[in-house]
Design a protein around this ligand. Structure first.
Ligand code: SDX
Length: 444
């Protein structure tokens, strides 16, 4: 099958690929569609009808599942834009609440708009007392991600009044509720694991200060929120807020495309994020650094990472899209220096080890040739640890931030009149049709 590009001198979006099937001689056109920036796409909607074939792309490395206006990534240039704004500018000048508004509504808010949005989020931070009692049912050492995904899914058992996905007001209430309640649910999971009493949200605190208070305050003494910690958390949430069609966001879109209620779709995203190949990597990085232990051990573990027979991978390294430095990793690495120094933890042995590991790996031909660089998960756990957040909660922190991106993508998909249920096909490699054999006649 040979494909030749017949690009007319009309505007870019009228070009097409001509496809000729050598087995049948059938020729068909594949329209080329252009976005604002980034690679064009081949529209294959009629490929099966015209040529009787599917495309094959396990892992969806080169498959555009939708068109979206939310986030753009240039993996070769190491660029990440939220609604067109570079993430490094937002990290320096914006806040998580402002970025949440931007990702969901598409524009930076005016001061009154931001105030109204933040106030609405603040007023939805409490969770139903019955939902809070769910935590009593979890085993004391349940993984926080197990508790959070279960409780988020259970939110659809409480909020029947706002689950009409075709009602814009219901969609808005859902968005504010889920963004507001994730920190409260996360804190409840943390307190359950500690065996400490749950600390209720406070409406006089901003989003990240409230989270720190719910995590670390105890009823028997006052808790002073460290502004350095609150600011570091806000920055990490900005950097983790969205990332185009990653595995968990694609999961939310696929689950949401069936018409499932939004809480169920978000809980599917939480479950997908948990995997160590995805959001679970931040927890795995700390475990790996503790396993490596010393700079002298680095060569041994790099050798294991290169040895295909070992299942060991350098966690926090590599990315499906970034074949250059993940811009978020660069910002987090710089933030590590500042936060550790301000918290008086500049002598963090794990941070020193991570820096040396990065330096040595990026001189190693295996990593260089495969364009494996540190990703967003490589340094984030260093900061979470410095803030006193336990390793088992790292992916929960990622889920809190990514809930904004999941909500933005769910809203974009649900309000698209062309939305259809997601239903990929396959290359079947199983047995030819055959007839049933009675058990008495089966031979093994
Ligand atoms: C996130 O998609 C997103 O946008 C995700 C995310 C987001 O914000 O949503 O950015 C967040 O999930 C970041 C990634 C966190 N995961 C990790 O840090 C886990 C470690 N990394 C890998 O497992 C891996 O790099 C992935 C999963 C991130 C990407 O996997 P790919 O794209 O399927 O790459 P691959 O497995 O095909 O690797 C290509 C080659 C292979 O070697 P060869 O077959 O060519 O010889 O690179 C090797 C891999 O073995 N490789 C690694 C490696 N990552 C890839 N070898 C050792 N250590 C690694 N970490």
């Amino acid at each position: 099958m040979s494909a030749t590009t017949s690009v007319s001198n009309e505007p870019m979006n009228s070009s097409s690929f001509e496809l000729r099937n050598p087995a049948t001689g059938v020729t068909s056109e594949l329209p080329v569609r252009s976005g604002t920036i980034g690679p064009q796409v081949l529209d294959i909607a009629h490929l099966a009808r015209d040529q009787g074939v599917f495309t094959f792309d396990p892992g969806y490395s080169v498959t555009a599942s939708c068109d979206s206006k939310i986030t753009y990534i240039d993996g070769d240039a190491g660029v990440l834009l939220y609604r067109g704004y570079p993430v490094d500018q937002l990290a320096e000048k914006s806040s998580f609440m402002e970025v949440a508004y931007l990702l969901i509504l598409g524009e930076l808010p005016t001061a009154p708009q931001l105030q109204a949005f933040s106030d609405s989020i603040t007023r939805h931070t409490m969770i139903n007392e019955s939902l809070l009692r769910f935590f009593n049912g979890f085993y004391h050492n349940a993984h926080p991600m197990a508790m959070v995904s279960a409780v988020v899914a259970s939110m659809s058992a409480f909020y029947h009044d706002s689950m009409d996905i075709y009602n814009p007001r219901h969609r808005e209430i859902f968005s504010h509720r889920i963004i507001a309640k994730l920190p409260t649910i996360a804190a409840a999971a943390h307190k359950h694991a500690l065996g400490q009493p749950f600390i209720y949200p406070r409406n006089d605190l901003n989003y990240c200060s409230n989270l720190l208070n719910m995590f670390f305050a105890v009823p028997c003494e006052s808790y002073e929120i460290n502004p350095v910690a609150a600011k570091a958390l806000d920055l990490l949430f900005v950097l983790h807020a969205d990332h185009e069609q990653n595995a968990s966001t694609s999961t939310v879109r696929l689950a949401g495309s069936t018409g499932a209620n939004p809480y169920a779709a978000i809980s599917a995203g939480v479950a997908a994020l948990w995997g160590p190949a995805h959001g679970g990597a931040n927890e795995a990085v700390l475990a790996m650094l503790e396993q490596i232990g010393t700079v002298e051990n680095i060569p041994k573990y790099l050798a294991m990472a290169k040895d295909k027979s070992s299942h060991f991978r350098l966690m926090g390294f590599g990315h499906r899209v970034y074949k250059n430095f993940d811009p978020r990793a660069k910002i987090i690495r710089e933030t590590c220096h500042e936060v550790l120094a301000k918290l008086g933890r500049q002598d963090s042995p794990l941070f020193e080890l991570a820096l040396r590991l990065e330096e040595i790996a990026l001189k190693d031909e295996y990593f260089v040739s495969r364009k494996l660089y540190p990703n967003v998960d490589f340094y984030s756990g260093i900061i979470y640890s410095a803030l006193g957040i336990p390793r088992s909660m790292f992916t929960v922190m990622f889920a809190i931030a990514r809930t904004v991106g999941w909500v933005a993508h769910w809203l974009e998909m649900i309000s698209d009149p062309a939305m259809r249920i997601g239903r990929p096909r396959q290359l079947y490699t199983g047995p030819q049709q055959r007839n049933y054999v009675p058990i008495a006649l089966r031979k093994r």
